[in-house]
Ligand binder design. Structure first.
Ligand code: G7M
Length: 331
């Protein structure tokens, strides 16, 4: 269930639209304030949200995607219960109310009513949401596509040039217009530099599900397919300095990290995912994730590896790119 398409796509929200987390952040949060936090702490922008449809519901993951209207604009809201944290257990046990539901021999079952700050729901809002966003959060069957270098040129490239999601949120980060207070590390070099910051999906409350993104300053690299040996210095820099920054900030060595690129990505601007090994991050499966170390080695042995290789990736049943592959007789 956790691996269904909509959940995998939970990693891909935003665009040039309002896209922010409405969550209560502890006052001593080391990442400090920022406009999003101030705004969200004092007003409930969701009080007028009108639900149209539950797009996907993952009871086990305690995760729900909802389509609705927010002040007459189309919106998607993603609700996800936050994990129980070891460092809050004492407070959870001492500060909660327990309601007995049943007792039988040595077994008893309760409803524990935790203090509200230990019982939060991570809430992500995409507004205005495009038709593409709404579709992508709807549970859908997936199909594995086989894309040759020629398929990329004739089918995928024309499609993504017309259809891909806006990169405004990426440029906002690079230009420090958004999330500037969250930056963990930056190498400002225009050729090999990048910004490392928490992914939208990570609430930064525990390193168990650590998820950071390294976003390249260079703006003309769309995806894996654009990489040649020319970009090796950039990729090696991201790998080395990204790992160093994570060791310094989170005390997590490179041997505990999964560092990879998505193909297809949702956003066609070069970025690298850093997640904690052992955390089953959405989109980290073999059909979508390409380890950065492998990418580097492949480019070292063949500078045009990603121009010529056949690449495989999943597409959802309602994805227009899938229709393009079908129309071309490639599926
Ligand atoms: O699939 P792809 O490789 O394109 O992954 C894009 C990543 O960007 C996902 O892991 C998203 O969670 C993340 N992401 C998307 N948006 C819109 C934002 C954002 O506004 N801020 C941050 N920090 N991460 C984002």
């Amino acid at each position: 269930m956790a691996d269904t398409a909509a959940k995998r796509e939970a990693d891909s929200v935003g665009g040039d639209e309002l896209s922010h987390k409405v969550k209560k952040v502890k006052a001593d949060d080391e990442n400090g304030g920022g406009d999003v936090k101030k705004e969200s702490e004092y007003e409930n922008i969701l009080s007028g949200f009108k639900t149209s449809k539950v797009l996907s519901d993952y009871a086990r993951e305690k995760l729900m995607f909802i389509h609705g209207k927010l002040a007459d604009q189309e919106a998607v809201v993603i609700l996800e219960k936050t994990p129980i944290r070891e460092d809050t257990l004492d407070e959870l046990f001492s500060g909660s109310r327990l309601k007995l539901e049943m007792r039988n021999d040595i077994y008893s079952k309760y409803r524990l009513q935790a203090p509200s700050h230990l019982n939060e729901i991570k809430t992500t809002v995409v507004c205005p949401a495009t038709e593409k966003h709404i579709k992508k959060y709807q549970s859908q069957e997936s199909f594995l596509v086989e894309e040759t270098g020629e398929d990329f040129q004739s089918i995928t490239l024309p499609y993504i040039q017309k259809q891909s999601l806006s990169l405004q949120w990426v440029y906002n980060i690079l230009e420090k217009k958004a999330e500037a207070d969250k930056i963990v590390y930056e190498d400002p070099d225009p050729e090999v530099g990048f910004v490392l910051l928490p992914d939208l999906k990570w609430d930064q409350k525990q390193v168990d599900d650590l998820y950071l993104l390294a976003i390249a300053h260079q703006r003309d690299i769309g995806s894996l397919r654009d990489l040649t040996s020319e970009q090796l210095p950039l990729l090696q820099n991201i790998l080395q300095k990204g790992k160093e920054a994570i060791l310094q900030r989170y005390n997590l060595p490179g041997s505990k990290l999964r560092v990879y690129l998505h193909y297809q990505p949702s956003y066609y601007h070069l970025h690298v995912h850093f997640t904690k090994l052992g955390y089953d991050a959405p989109g980290c499966g073999v059909e979508r994730a390409h380890l950065l170390t492998d990418v580097i080695q492949n480019l070292q042995s063949d500078p045009l590896y990603y121009k010529t290789r056949t690449l495989y990736f999943p597409l959802r049943a309602d994805d227009e790119l899938l229709s393009k592959f079908k129309e071309a007789g490639r599926l």
